[in-house]
Each structure stands twice: as structure tokens, then as C-alpha cells.
Design a protein around this ligand. Sequence first.
Ligand code: FAD
Length: 293
Amino acid sequence: MHLLPRFDYYEPRDVAEACKLLSQFKASAKVIAGGTDILVNMKKGLIAPEYLVGIGKIPGISEIEPVDGGVSIGSNLIIEKLVEFDLIKKKFAMLSKAASVLGSPLVRNRATIGGNIVNARPAADLPPALIAMGARVKLKSRRQEREISLDRFFKGPGVTVIRPGEVLTQIVIDGPPPFTGGDYIKLMHRRSLEIAIVAVASRITLDGPDGIVTDAKIILSSVAPRAVHAVRAEKALIGEKPTEKLFEHAAKIASNECRPIDDIRGSARYRCDMVEVLAKRTLRGAFVEAREQ
Ligand SMILES: Cc1cc2nc3c(=O)[nH]c(=O)nc-3n(C[C@H](O)[C@H](O)[C@H](O)COP(=O)(O)OP(=O)(O)OC[C@H]3O[C@@H](n4cnc5c(N)ncnc54)[C@H](O)[C@@H]3O)c2cc1C
């Protein structure tokens, strides 16, 4: 680790001013939110932006607001709030669970949801749960605002569709349909301060408490350059009566669908085996929650 490289720090008062600064300084500027990722990378000498644009003082981007049965979450919201906030715990429990296993209390009280999305780490904790819930992100620049599905946001490790001059302002999640449940499980070597060896987020919707599966999402994390759908496993669930056997079948398909790499945290074979275990467990958890809704 080195000392931080030299940079100029700006603290805009609104999103428009932040966008103006970013478009003025172009590639030599970066947004800083909680700083738990960017400052580490700067200290390691991996990046050296000349300008940092702090978004911490901008009003209106650090709140959780109910919208039409769903929720709009400000990008600058600290992750601990996702763990504590009643609306998220009750209606979007999978997101709350994913937030609760991110880093440590110290990290969760600084790190933001926007930073966890934009850093685009293949093992980041919030994107799998957010993708499973069909979340969209609002991106604002000087000239326009666009909203895109998180499914289309990530391109690869550290790479997203965000353009220079754009700020992620809000994350929008629609209210879940009736009889919908989800679960997120992260496999780690220890209980905290660890990124996932493998993680799975599953969500299913039933057409009644004893009905068939009408929608299914299984998102695999840490097995590809970005969080990915287990597409064939999702298809295998739809139209079927949820049973233990069906979940085992879908989990096996998910395990065959993933193409992880070997690395210091786990071999590819181990990761595939764990995908099967976690997919089965998260589907069970999603089913229990779906029946209770
Ligand atoms: C000890 C430690 C443990 C960690 N453990 C985990 C873990 O278990 N799971 C996990 O997923 N992550 C973990 N992280 C990584 C990091 O804490 C999270 O990814 C965090 O959510 C990043 O948020 P931040 O607000 O600190 O982002 P920052 O560091 O401020 O920014 C990260 C990136 O996003 C960009 N950015 C931030 N906000 C915006 C915005 N609104 N618009 C446009 N660009 C933006 C920045 O320019 C930068 O490129 C850990 C980090 C540390 C230091």
C-alpha cells in the first residue's frame, strides 16, 4: 500500500453540479461516495484520478422512499440502512439479507448501495439480490436522465454501461407480486469481512399459496465476470408445482450452467458443487416466503 496520490476534492451541492464537474473533468474525475472501494484502489496505486467529486452532501440521494407499492433507494444510502429499514426488511427481505453479510459493521456504515453497484465487482453482494428483484437504476448526466434494468448494467469486472459524466442517482424496485419470495446465501470462509466464494439469489412467484411457479429468477455470483442468470434452471421451474424434487432438479441444472474459474478462494469444481447446494437452499427459502405473502 502507498500513500494516497494527490487529487483535488469537490463537494457539489446538487446532482446537476456533480454532472457539470464530471463532464468538465472527463476521464480524470471520479465520483466518491463512501470511499471504501475507490480509496483502497487509489492507495494500491491501481487508479489515480486527479479530481474526486464527493456526493455525500447532495440532498435527495440518501433516502428510501416507498413508490407505488415498490421502493426508490437513493444511491448514496449507506448499506447498514438496508439492514435496518422496516420497509426493506419486510417487503424486500432478500436485499436486507444481502446487505447484512456485506463487509463488517464499520464498512456497512460507510459504504453505499450506489458504490456497490458501480464498482461492478463479480462478487459484490447487492447486485445478485437486486437483479433477482428486477431492479432498475437511474443515471443522470448534464443533458439527460435514463433508466435501465440492472440486468443490462454490468459488462464485466469493473465495467458497466455508465458513461463519463453520469451519476447513479436512484435504484428503483417494483413491489413484488403476491406470493413472491426470495432468498440470498453467500458462502464465505469466515463469517464476515469476506467476499463471496459463491453466492446465489433466488426469487419465485406462485399463482397462489399452493399454486405453480409463474416466475423464477436464479442469480449466480462469483462464478462469472458478472452476476448471471441460471437461465435453463429458471425455465425448468416455470409452470411447475414447487416440490423438493423440482428444486433439486433446478439446482442441478444451475450447477451445470455455471463456468467459474479456479482461484485462491475455491476451485471451479467446488464452486459448481456449491452453486447446486446454495440454489437448492435459496429456492426452499424463497418458497417458504412466497407462501406466507
Ligand atoms: C474491508 C472491506 C470489506 C468489504 N467487504 C465487501 C463485501 O463483503 N461485499 C461487497 O460486495 N463489497 C465489499 N467491500 C467493497 C465495498 O465496501 C463495497 O463495494 C461498497 O458498497 C462500495 O461503496 P462506496 O460507497 O464505498 O463506494 P466508493 O468507494 O465511494 O465508489 C466505488 C466506485 O463507484 C463509483 N460510484 C460510487 N457512487 C457512485 C454514483 N452514485 N454514481 C456514479 N459512480 C459512483 C466510484 O466512482 C467508484 O468507482 C469491502 C470493502 C472493504 C474495504
